[in-house]
Design a protein around this ligand. Structure first.
Ligand code: ATP
Ligand code: MG
Length: 260
């Protein structure tokens, strides 16, 4: 029997037969502002508070202070978790990192050194270090889109591959956030990370009669049966909630109960 990891997101685990599979790498994709960061932080926060599983948060975009500030509204005291060593925050800034390599602008970087892989190696070591120090079981990386600093498709692929391979070797269940450009969700476009992850969850937003409808869909989950419908979700004052018995069809919610 595969060990399950409860997500801490109300309604979601009903779609997967009881949560993520322990040790998996899960990709959360969606357009800007759909709630990827909220999803991942809720997974870490509820993990630490409700399930006594420590977590490591890797932020490649927003500053930790800003992230912590934005989650106050949900009543999450992330600062306390950090103080109590139940959560670690790693701030990784790919742009600053690329500036730190002094000779790069002068084209003196030896051609065999690829910036992306140097960065991933550093990041992997940092993650491993913090995971071991607090015995973390959960990791959230926000977002891997920021790791795609190379214009070379092959290099991007190997950076992401390297990262995912390393994460799979840790005894953690990991969420990776990844951006998709608005509109792309309707087409069947797949990124390298979607092929490499065991689970892909996509968050959609639709416009319907002037309202915004949000829907979540499990695109794939290896090794288990999972729900295949689009289910509405919302961000409310306690965080993200999924409504597993409602469906979203043609951008409209159909179901029996009134949401919220
Ligand atoms: N209390 C709240 N009630 C309703 N919606 C909220 C609330 N707080 C935040 N939101 C919504 O959550 C969204 C931000 O969520 P989040 O930062 O998790 O998204 P994201 O997918 O990570 O965005 P980005 O692509 O910018 O990183 C906002 O666009 C806002 O609509
Ligand atoms: Mg975000």
């Amino acid at each position: 029997m595969m060990e399950r990891v409860p997500t801490g997101i109300p309604g979601l685990d009903e779609l997967t037969g009881g949560g993520f599979i322990s040790g998996d790498v899960i990709l959360i994709t969606g357009s800007p502002g759909c709630g990827k960061t909220t999803f991942g932080l809720q997974y870490l926060y509820r993990g630490a508070v409700d399930y006594k599983e420590n977590g490591v948060f890797v932020t490649l975009e927003e500053s930790p202070a800003r992230v912590i500030r934005n989650t106050w509204q949900f009543g999450w005291d992330i600062e306390r978790l950090v103080k109590e060593d139940r959560m670690r925050i790693i701030r990784a800034d790919p742009i600053a990192y690329s500036r730190c390599i002094p000779d790069r602008s002068k084209n003196k970087t030896p051609p065999h050194i690829d910036l992306g892989s140097v960065m991933t190696e550093t990041l992997n070591k940092q993650i491993e270090h913090h995971v071991n120090e607090i015995g973390a079981k959960r990791i959230f990386i926000d977002s891997i889109t920021s790791l795609k600093i190379s214009e070379n498709e092959f290099q991007v692929r190997s950076v992401i591959l390297e990262l995912i391979k390393n994460l799979e070797n840790l005894e953690c269940t990991t969420i990776l956030a990844s951006e998709i450009t608005p509109g792309a969700s309707s087409r069947e476009t797949f990124n390298v990370e979607e092929y490499l992850s065991e689970v892909v969850i996509r968050m959609h937003t639709f416009r319907s009669n002037g309202n915004r409808v949000k829907a979540i869909e499990i695109l794939k989950m290896r090794g288990t049966k999972h729900d295949e419908m689009m289910r509405p979700y919302a961000i409310i004052n306690s965080g993200l909630v999924v409504y597993p018995r409602e469906t979203v069809i043609d951008g409209r919610i159909s179901g029996t109960t009134v949401l919220l």
